[in-house]
Design a binder for this molecule. Structure first.
Ligand code: SF4
Length: 157
């Protein structure tokens, strides 16, 4: 079933998600987001940072779509978006370079913002999805940990 605004979506067990998110942020793994049919972050006028070590992404993204990243050393690029605000690598609602997508995309997990209680209304499609996530909790201690993180607005309160 296609996700629609207003539907709630299981975000997974909070403690497991937190461990995975920390590993992704540390560069130890990719995020594993149950996006389903959602492509909100691919259609939200986002500039995608492509890092110097992103060789697979650099090999598949047409060079004319990459621009030097402002304020960063040579070798850092950004990829912009099309006239509809969509990533140019998104075709028919599917990422055409998914297996070789940049690290920025591999790590992005909008559940982070749900966990932190932060919703950016400047990106309404993503904001809708953030509001839809519902975590489950293995035990009361994990629920309290989630409350602390949300109150502090950061993963390491
Ligand atoms: S907004 Fe969230 S759920 Fe939607 S595609 Fe991006 S990461 Fe996946």
């Amino acid at each position: 079933m296609r996700w629609r605004a207003g539907m709630s979506v299981p975000a997974g067990e909070f403690g497991s998600w937190l461990a995975g998110m920390r590993a992704a942020l540390a560069g130890e793994s990719d995020s594993d987001v149950p996006c389903g049919t959602c492509t909100a972050c691919c259609r939200s006028r986002q500039f995608v940072h492509v890092e110097p070590g992103d060789e697979r992404a650099l090999a598949v993204i047409p060079p004319e779509l990459l621009f030097p990243a402002p304020g960063l050393p040579a070798g850092h690029y950004v990829m912009g978006y099309d006239q509809d605000g969509a990533c140019p690598m998104l075709v028919d609602d599917a990422c055409t370079i998914y297996a070789d997508r940049p690290r920025t995309c591999r790590v992005f997990d909008c559940r982070l913002f749900a966990a932190l209680g932060r919703v950016n209304e400047d990106t309404p499609l993503i904001a809708q999805r953030i509001r839809s996530w519902e975590f489950s909790y293995a035990d009361e201690a994990t629920r309290e940990q989630a409350d602390e993180i949300r109150a502090a607005g950061r993963l390491d309160p």
